[in-house]
Design a protein. Sequence first.
Length: 405
Amino acid sequence: MFQSIKQKPKVTVVGGGPAGMRAAWVLADDFEVHLFEKEKMLGQKFLVAGKGGLNLTKNLSFGIMRNFYSPSGFIDEALQNFDSGSLREWMNSMQIETFAGSSGKVFPVKGITPADVLKKIILGLSQKGVVIHLKHKLVSFSNDLVFSFICPDGITTIKSDFGLFAFGGASWPETGSNGEWIKIFNSAGLLTTPFRPSNCGINIAWPESFIKYHEGKPLKNIEITVGGSKARGEALITKSGMEGSAVYQLVPTIRNLIEEGKKPVIQLDLKPFNSPESLALKVNNIKTDTKDYTVALNLNAVQMALLKIFTDKETFSDPLQFIRAVKALRLKVQSLRPIEEAISTVGGLDLNEINSDFSLKKYPRIFVSGEMLDWDAPTGGFLLQGSFASSNHAAMGIIKKAHFK
């Protein structure tokens, strides 16, 4: 069993991703912190998330940002106390300068890689005295806060004054985020919900001829509507369907429809910045053929191919009906892409199991944070912001419960 190295209350933090690292950072000034990670290094998922550029957060006020998280209100207090400005201040304290792009997405400045950011966080944790234990997989925990781990040397235990779990969801399992911790929680009498994909692609039955020529091509500046929800942005044609920013925003609605036993149909507006009336003027007195439609409406090859495939002869030969198709092309969604391909997941620990400070109702000296909780948010900085904010909130809950503040 691990022995205390200081005369401070001891906290066991389990999970070495963004949430666990932030929690350990906050707690290190007042506690003896032991950070456990089952993989060979901290932050593997953090590095994967940063492959296309490390989008840390979105430059939005709390009042606006809170609307991107569901269920509504769940993360409000956490987000208000650790908003995008707070995250950027934390980065700046490690000499990690950030900037907000034209879309409001916040990144480290050019030349600072995700690996650089991770190294600085780990260095800071070490300097703060956090004891890091790698290749330690949690196998059980008890009401008297004894945590048991399997490690290269066998089974080891640690008894603490507080605990904080910061497990991941079930996306990107190659990083170790496989959701297996749910079995441990169920054994401990905690209610969980199955993981489902979020921020993922959708399956559409494309004709082979369409995929042959258009797989990998983008649909830019489009608007998609489904089930009363709308999203503008970009989509990418894939062999199995579509993915991209405009699609990801609508996955919660599509997923809910599928779970209700309904068959979702998306409506694709290929010209969201043009009214039907303005488009009708453009096709007045033209021939109803591919070339004339393409020129008059400034349609690219992918858009034109979609319109040919998903409209009938009568629609194609009538300019006004064709315009209606341009503004609301209907595509049937078969299903979502599998969870292994998802950027994030929903499901995990049922929110009814936690108090407002993110402590467990059944284990009040154990706190939880990050993607292991059953919440959802789109890509674009919201996922990392939510993980950091929730872990900051959980850590502050421990500090308050220990009567430091």
